[in-house]
Design a protein around this ligand. Structure first.
Ligand code: AMO
Length: 440
């Protein structure tokens, strides 16, 4: 039997009776009724029943089946047979079974059990956890979201860029960078491609995007923070205002919510998730309005402070009731809460030309216009208590002609978690990293 002739289990159900086929996958279930033995064989696309009856198949083949355990990897050559009692109405009568990989008899995690193991056990045994169709569905959808995002940017004239992840300085705040030893020097893992995506705009690329890991040394244990996450970043040149950037975010979100239901119908059904195309434009609320809305509900946030998790959640609820929207742009963040590179309102410099996108009460995007005027940028850097000399490699770019520009960063893992109603960001990531978890 040749593996190159293999078809997926789902394609068996398209075959006429007596068609010879080769399938391969994991032994998900074994049932032994003495003279009648069943294997439920699973591959990425589904499952099929293999039926071996004494008298119908070789004695030797029955012995091979007896030697199998759950999750062994096998290839099966046989003929398709119609059988009303078989799942999906078809089964395979085997002629040859080849063992490709042996599984130990005691599994650290049951693949086909209805009872869900605790998340740490699942993550410790992720390779087995991912064999569950409902877990794998998350990553099929994530793959399609990534492809949709990539296609969206290519279709809108963006260049895809790849920027360094070993860097010389913090971009967002000094507190949450991972220092690394870089030969004899200190270096850091990139918190964001912020400086480099801006460099591409100053280089005249007009529109760029990157989908890549970002690293944050955040020690808090929450259901929405990781130490390594996937960031979807963009930067756009020659903008009028940050409104231009919000419109791109909106279009991208609508594209994702339009495409995923058609691309992942089966997976969404398996997860019990219904995705409706969001109404546009998303409501836009300034931070000053947000403080008032929260205050009216008895939740007070100091004027000029950032919203905490609870505040964001409550605001999400208020917006849902008021505008019937899961999405809201929070705009004009206080200068004191934003990085030094943020563009400030000309008339009210305590407020910035920046925004967050809140989805179901959780921040998924941060963006805004950037300060592109050298003198002001240096002043802002000093105002934030940073040393311009240490940032010379970044600041000098602005001395030789920088167009007005802006962009955003979208947390891919948060988006997947919220779209699929997962209760923890770790479920949206193949091999999550948090303060305690470095393996697998
Ligand atoms: P910010 O730091 O807000 O902005 O990050 C942008 C988005 O990235 C996601 N995110 C995270 N996801 C999981 N775990 C974390 N620890 C984590 N930290 C951030 C969130 C967040 O909205 N340079 C700016 C972006 C820009 O203005 O272009 C930045 O990095 O979804």
């Amino acid at each position: 039997m040749k593996l190159s002739e293999r078809i997926y289990t789902k394609d068996v159900f398209e075959c006429e009776a007596s068609t010879p086929v080769v399938v391969a996958g994991f032994v998900r279930e074994l049932r032994d009724f003495g003279k009648l033995k069943f294997i439920i064989l699973a591959d990425r696309e589904g499952e099929v029943q293999i039926t071996a009856k004494t008298g119908e198949v070789d004695e030797e083949l029955l012995n091979v089946i007896d030697s199998l355990g759950k999750e062994c990897v096998v290839a099966v050559k046989g003929n398709v047979r119609n059988n009303e009692k078989a799942p999906g109405g078809k089964e395979i009568v085997p002629e040859e079974i080849k063992i490709l990989g042996i599984a130990e008899s005691i599994l650290p995690l049951e693949v086909r059990s209805k009872a869900r193991a605790e998340l740490p056990t699942r993550l410790d045994n992720r390779f087995l956890d991912l064999r569950k169709p409902e877990v794998r569905a998350v990553f099929k959808i994530r793959s399609e979201i990534a492809n949709t995002i990539r296609e969206f940017f290519y279709n809108h004239g963006f260049y895809e860029i790849h920027t360094p992840k070993i860097v010389a300085s913090a971009t967002e705040s000094g507190a949450n960078v991972f220092p690394i030893l870089y030969f004899e020097k200190e270096a850091f893992l990139a918190q964001s491609p912020q400086f480099y995506k801006q460099a591409c705009i100053i280089a005249g690329f007009e529109k760029v995007f990157e989908i890549a890991p970002a690293f944050r040394a955040e020690k808090h244990h929450t259901t929405r923070h990781l130490t390594e996450y996937t960031s979807v970043d963009t930067e756009i040149g020659f903008i009028e205002s940050y409104e231009d950037i919000m419109q791109v975010v909106e279009k991208l979100i609508v594209e994702i919510f339009s495409r995923i239901p058609e691309l992942c119908e089966k997976e969404l059904k398996l997860l019990g998730v219904e995705l409706a195309k969001p109404k546009t434009p998303f409501p836009r609320i300034t931070m000053r309005e947000a403080y008032k809305l929260l205050e009216n509900q008895g939740y007070s946030v100091s004027y000029g402070d950032e919203l905490d998790t609870e505040g964001e959640k409550l605001l999400g609820k208020i917006v849902k009731e008021k505008f019937n929207s899961d999405f809201v742009f929070l705009t004009e963040f206080p200068w004191k809460t934003r990085p030094f590179y943020t563009y400030r309102k000309e008339t009210e410099p305590e407020w910035t030309c920046s925004f967050d996108l809140i989805y179901k009460g959780v921040e998924i995007v941060t963006g805004g216009q950037r300060e592109h005027r050298y003198g002001i940028l240096v002043k802002q850097c000093i105002e934030k208590g940073m040393n311009p000399e240490a940032l010379e490699f970044y600041l000098r770019m602005f001395r030789y002609g920088a167009p007005p520009h802006g962009g955003f960063g979208l947390g891919m893992d948060r988006l997947v978690m919220l779209m699929l109603n997962l209760s923890n960001i770790r479920e949206a990531v193949l091999f999550p990293r948090d303060p305690e978890r470095l393996e697998p």
